[in-house]
Design a protein around this ligand. Structure first.
Ligand code: A2P
Length: 317
């Protein structure tokens, strides 16, 4: 299994199990099965509402001798209502408690967006904390403190543009090691990847299969279905691999980390063995040509009328 060495020297297994949208009641079995198959990287977040069940599955796997803690890579993410410097460590400790762990391998700032402590999602403009009250650097100071305290071996961000990374880099004492962003052939993120490569930031791609199981409100009626793309279909037929395997192999071959989500044992296995697919330069070129710069996770839920964020300020595009 490929791994990616982060600037701080830790090694992140390139393939991880995504757990966004993995429902309580399903996610525990999926994690147990994934660990049996050989997954060694689990991507979690407080907002997914399933960390306690993942924690129980991890505890079972440790006590059954399936895997040792130090063989695993566990990521979690800070939700937007705990962005105040002093709220970061308590939020991280809450995730650790649910996951039944002493430390995380990676802790990420989930979004470059701060909301009030009592507002989990946002319903109105007043639910946001404006940049004049709380900056991304304030949040990063809390992340640095968590890292110094040994609660997270590596720290990073998610959903951050190159512009926001550059602003953070100017004042950070500990540089972000990872940026986790939506990435797949319809959203190839080439400019952001170039920035991250130049600055020693590893990239993890989320929604690599197009996240068709997103909540209904996040679907657009005209959206193309990545797993049904004709170029991907042709390449998979040629390789005798599934479309999902082609999509995962494409990310791994670019030196990226990738976190496909599944709660289905057969698909967990299929996704795990995607690393056996090797794309040649012509095939990589064919996939490069299907880029649409199209997000499935548009972030439009943050663009509330009268609020401080628009899609342009969120993505800096
Ligand atoms: P399931 O969990 O039932 O397997 P993403 O990782 O982009 O968020 O996509 C997750 C979606 O893709 C889920 O609906 C998941 O369903 C489905 N999925 C996961 N693996 C595969 C696969 N190998 N083939 C087809 N669909 C898959």
């Amino acid at each position: 299994m490929r791994s990616i060495e982060l600037r701080g020297g830790t090694k992140m297994p390139a393939l991880g199990l995504g757990t966004w949208k993995s429902a309580p009641g399903e996610v525990g079995a999926a994690v147990r099965e994934a660990l049996r198959i050989g997954y060694r990287h689990i991507d979690c977040a407080a907002i997914y509402g399933n960390e306690a069940e993942i924690g129980a599955a991890l505890a079972d796997a440790f006590s059954a001798g399936v895997v040792k803690r130090e063989e695993l890579w566990i990521t979690s993410k800070l939700w937007c209502n705990a962005h105040a410097t002093e709220d970061v460590i308590p939020a991280l400790k809450k995730s650790l408690g649910a996951l039944r762990l002493d430390y995380l391998d990676l802790y990420l700032v989930h979004w470059p967006i701060a909301v009030r402590r009592d507002a989990v999602g946002v319903k109105q403009a007043s639910d946001f904390v404006p940049e004049s009250e709380l900056t991304l650097l304030d949040t990063w100071r809390g992340m640095e403190a968590a890292h110094t305290a040994g609660l997270a071996r590596a720290i990073g961000v998610s959903n951050h543009s190159a512009k926001k990374l550059a602003a953070l880099a100017r004042d950070a004492s500990v540089q972000p090691e990872v940026n986790q962003v939506e990435l797949h052939p319809y959203l190839q993120q080439n400019a952001l990847l170039t920035y991250c490569r130049e600055h020693g930031i590893a990239v993890t791609g989320y929604s690599p299969l197009g996240s068709q199981d997103r909540p209904a409100g996040m679907h657009k009626s005209d959206e193309p279905i990545l797993l049904e793309d004709p170029v991907i279909a042709e390449l998979s037929a040629h390789h005798g691999a599934s479309p999902a395997q082609m999509l995962i192999a494409w990310q791994l071959q670019q030196g990226l980390s990738v976190i496909p989500k599944s709660v289905n044992p057969a698909r967990l296995r299929e996704n795990f063995y995607a690393h056996q697919v090797e794309l040649d330069p012509d095939e990589l070129e064919a996939i490069a040509a299907i880029n649409l710069d199209r997000r499935y996770v548009t972030g439009d839920f943050w663009a509330i009328p009268g609020g401080p964020h628009t899609l342009a300020t969120l993505w800096d595009e």
